[in-house]
Design a protein around this ligand. Structure first.
Ligand code: ATR
Length: 283
């Protein structure tokens, strides 16, 4: 029941109408007995500062930030945690008595995902496809967990820039940027991550790897795409006996992380997964 104690959690982005987050969060709050509502706001780029000022004035408990505001929101916050600073993007903000602190739960969510799946990347080679915002969060999480990351991208300059930024922050050479055309010349990875949009609905016949790519020796293939649930890449990975994980996990873990930051509550993964299955028309 909404009453005078109900806390608001907001989401800002542009556009916002396709976001699954309001349905996911409100279902979790109901199940966990958290007296809060999660509401999405379509905020245009020129109004990001005003939106944050409004959240301060209203003393909301926190907010999520999505595309295209993950970087633009940073100057309006009072503090940014180390991982979010390394990535250069914030997707979760908590308001502690008027002090706004930004986090990146895409990265911390990815770390929990690895732990939950029993995947240890420390000292191992990981091939990361893509060099956009999602790839950046994954690269930071992998580097922090001690992996050697090869970032391969259609536009190689973006892969090199991403690797340089992470390395500078880590103070060591954890990432290398290359062209996707050169992946055959890199060591066979322990884990492969797709952070490009290749294979996403409606282009489900597309695969980010060449047809003749050899999966032998790869143990884990993670695709950030969750629609379709099984991309062509994951089908191929399964056919080769790899552990195949889709992007739903990242969505779930970043929400679990955010709820821990806002409310200090640990939501079970299985509860969120069940709620996602109940969301109509989801994948
Ligand atoms: P996100 O925020 O989801 O990471 P993004 O920043 O737009 O989205 O990044 C999309 C990634 O998918 C990029 O690495 C992009 O490659 P470029 O940097 O060369 O643009 C990659 N990508 C998108 N479409 C692609 C395609 N058809 N083939 C190969 N890579 C593609």
């Amino acid at each position: 029941m909404i009453d005078a104690s109900t806390r608001l959690i907001a989401l800002i982005g542009h556009p916002i109408e396709h976001s699954l987050s309001p349905r996911m969060h409100n279902r979790i709050y109901r199940h966990m007995g958290i007296n809060s509502v999660y509401v999405a706001f379509d905020v245009s780029p020129e109004h990001v500062g005003q939106a944050v000022a409004g959240f301060r004035a209203l003393q909301v408990r926190g907010f999520n930030v999505t595309v295209p505001h993950k970087q633009a929101v940073m100057p309006y916050l009072d503090a940014v945690d180390q991982t979010a600073a390394a990535i250069g993007a914030v997707n979760t903000v908590v308001n502690d008595s008027g002090v706004l602190t930004g986090y990146n739960t895409d990265a911390s969510g990815f770390m929990h995902l690895l732990e939950h799946r029993g995947v240890d990347v420390s000292g191992k080679d990981v091939l990361l496809l893509g060099a956009g915002g999602a790839a950046r969060a994954v690269a930071a999480a992998l580097a922090i967990n001690g992996a050697r990351v090869v970032v391969a991208n259609r536009t190689p300059a973006k892969a090199v820039a991403l690797a340089d930024a992470i390395n500078e922050h880590m103070g060591r050479k954890a990432c290398y940027g290359i062209s996707v055309e050169d992946i055959g010349q890199t060591p066979r990875p322990y884990m492969l991550v797709n952070a490009t949009s290749v294979g996403m609905w409606p282009h489900i016949e597309a695969c980010p790897l060449p047809d003749d790519y050899d999966f032998a020796g790869i143990e884990v293939v993670y695709d950030l795409i969750y629609n379709p649930g099984l991309t062509l890449l994951l089908k191929k990975a399964q056919a080769h006996g790899c552990m195949a994980v889709n992007g739903l996990d990242m969505l779930i873990w970043q929400a679990i992380e955010a709820i821990r930051i806002w409310f200090g509550v640990d939501v079970p993964y299985s509860l969120v997964m069940n709620e996602m299955k109940n969301i109509e028309n989801f994948t």
